[in-house]
Design a binder for this molecule. Structure first.
Ligand SMILES: NC(=O)c1ccc[n+]([C@@H]2O[C@H](COP(=O)([O-])OP(=O)(O)OC[C@H]3O[C@@H](n4cnc5c(N)ncnc54)[C@H](O)[C@@H]3O)[C@@H](O)[C@H]2O)c1
Length: 449
């Protein structure tokens, strides 16, 4: 197994600092035709939105970036084949969180903005900002958002229990995006409220045992669960998967970066105390489970990369600011997963054959960079990953809506991870976390992972 390290070539043409993306001077280059077209397309689609009640558009915008092998799911309002009440999915966002900051809010925003065909924002459950957190700064921003959404037909609740009195349509789908520790309880509660479809944010639960318990409860109540693992449908990962068909012998590396700094790392460790593997590299582990058939029981070999791994204790938490693992599947395929909390703004996937890098796919690429800059100019101040992952989040919700409305009960939409995949992913993350801590955790420190 080769552990040769490929040097990271920096190709991004923007940088992210203090929550803002901006162009880097050396990249003051002529825009490519495709990038310009993407920018124009994005501008066009933004101005041609026809907003109506609950944010549904008469003609949803196209994806501004072309996925290599995934097409936008068909608009279910046109293609639905029965089992469909009024051609719309009623989305309930549970754990909406703070405007411009929280994942649930961005899902709600995209639905309200008409980005997801056939989707209607019917209910929002927000346990914190409609209660204890009401008077905080994000609480004030939340109330402004609430007023806007209520005017367009969305009902707000401070608890899932309130949904017992609400009308839950057969085509309701609950997006559960609260803090990971709170998600299991909310998951059970929305099922008790009668919801039959759940879009559960990754990793779904803090532990394998809780996630397994949730899967059992879902199955017992005939509830279908879709996971919010967006890297499963990201352009650069799909490009890498396509390229592997030509180079099946390649060693593939998935590199995931965050923009934390020495100053912000302690807060990151504390807030994401499930650890780097369960919180961050879990996206890449999900790719391995979904597309490479990996699981903790089918992991032939693994090895941590010392020069890509660093363990620290900050405050009460022992975690990794970066980690690198080489994994080998039972069929002999070798894949590297690397995550770096302070590595910068881009992520990439590369294929290496005989020690030479054949190809690297980076996100954001030129086309996505233009879309990011355009989105940021229209909506400044969002957390950076909203701009970067926007299309992935639209894709996942569109695929789920299309799946629900077209009456496919059995197999799930393409690329969308199931809860069984999420369980295997979390098992792998738990196993590797234990092994990594055993190897790197400073002696005498107790980890909170
Ligand atoms: N798929 C992705 O790319 C992606 C990205 C980020 C987060 N996530 C996932 O989404 C989920 C939510 O993450 P997030 O970062 O948006 O969470 P968040 O902490 O911003 O918000 C989640 C909920 O926490 C509650 N909350 C917020 N502040 C609180 C406080 N001070 N005290 C008590 N409760 C408070 C609110 O009810 C809120 O709805 C997690 O499961 C996370 O793993 C997914």
């Amino acid at each position: 197994m080769s552990l040769r390290v490929i040097g990271l070539r920096k190709r991004s043409c923007y940088r992210h600092r203090a929550g803002q993306f901006s162009r880097v001077p050396i990249t003051q280059r002529a825009f490519t035709g495709s990038a310009l077209q993407a920018l124009e397309a994005a501008k066009g689609s933004a101005s041609s939105f026809q907003r109506s009640k609950c944010g549904n558009t008469s003609s949803p915008p196209d994806f501004p970036q072309a996925y290599p092998d995934l097409k936008r799911p068909a608009d279910p309002r046109v293609t639905t084949a029965g089992g469909n009440v009024d051609g719309m999915v009623d989305f309930l966002v549970v754990g909406c969180g703070a405007p411009a900051r929280s994942m649930g809010w961005y899902h709600a925003r995209q639905i309200l903005d008409g980005e997801v065909p056939g989707a209607r924002l019917s209910h929002v459950v927000e346990p914190w900002f409609l209660a204890g957190g009401r008077d905080s700064e994000p609480g004030t921003a939340f109330l402004t958002f609430k007023a806007e959404a209520e005017a367009r037909g969305t009902a707000f609740h401070s608890s899932v229990a309130d949904l017992q009195n609400a009308e839950i349509s057969r085509n309701s789908c609950a997006i559960i995006a609260s803090r990971t520790a709170d998600n299991p309880q909310l998951f059970h509660a929305v099922i008790d409220a009668g919801v039959k479809y759940i879009y559960l944010e990754k990793p779904g639960a803090p532990t394998v045992a809780e996630l397994e318990n949730m899967a059992v409860y879902a199955e017992a109540n005939a509830v279908q669960v879709f996971m919010g693992y967006n890297k499963n449908v990201s352009k650069y990962t799909r490009q890498a998967l396509q390229a592997e068909k030509k180079h099946p012998e390649a060693i593939t590396t998935y590199m995931h970066n965050n923009t934390f700094t020495t100053e912000t790392l302690p807060e990151c460790f504390e807030r994401n105390c499930e650890g780097i593997l369960k919180n961050m590299a879990v996206h890449e582990l999900c790719l391995l489970v979904t597309y490479y058939g990996l699981s903790s029981s089918r992991l032939e070999k693994y090895e941590f990369e010392d020069d890509h791994t660093s363990c620290q204790t900050l405050g009460d938490v022992t975690d990794f600011d970066k980690i690198g693992i080489v994994l080998q599947t039972a069929s002999g395929k070798v894949v590297r997963v690397r995550a770096d909390r302070c590595g910068g703004e881009s992520a990439w996937a590369s294929l290496e054959v005989d020690g030479t890098e054949k190809v690297r796919f980076t996100t954001p690429d030129d086309e996505l960079t233009e879309a990011i800059l355009e989105r940021q100019s229209r909506h400044p101040g969002y957390v950076p990953y909203f701009y970067v992952n926007h299309d992935d989040y639209v894709y996942l919700k569109s695929a789920v809506s299309s799946h629900i409305l077209s009456g496919h009960e059995g197999t799930g939409p393409e690329g969308v991870a199931t809860i069984d995949v999420a369980i295997e992913t979390l098992k792998l993350a738990e196993f590797l976390t234990q092994k990594a801590l055993a190897k790197y955790s400073p002696k005498g420190t107790t980890s909170s992972l």
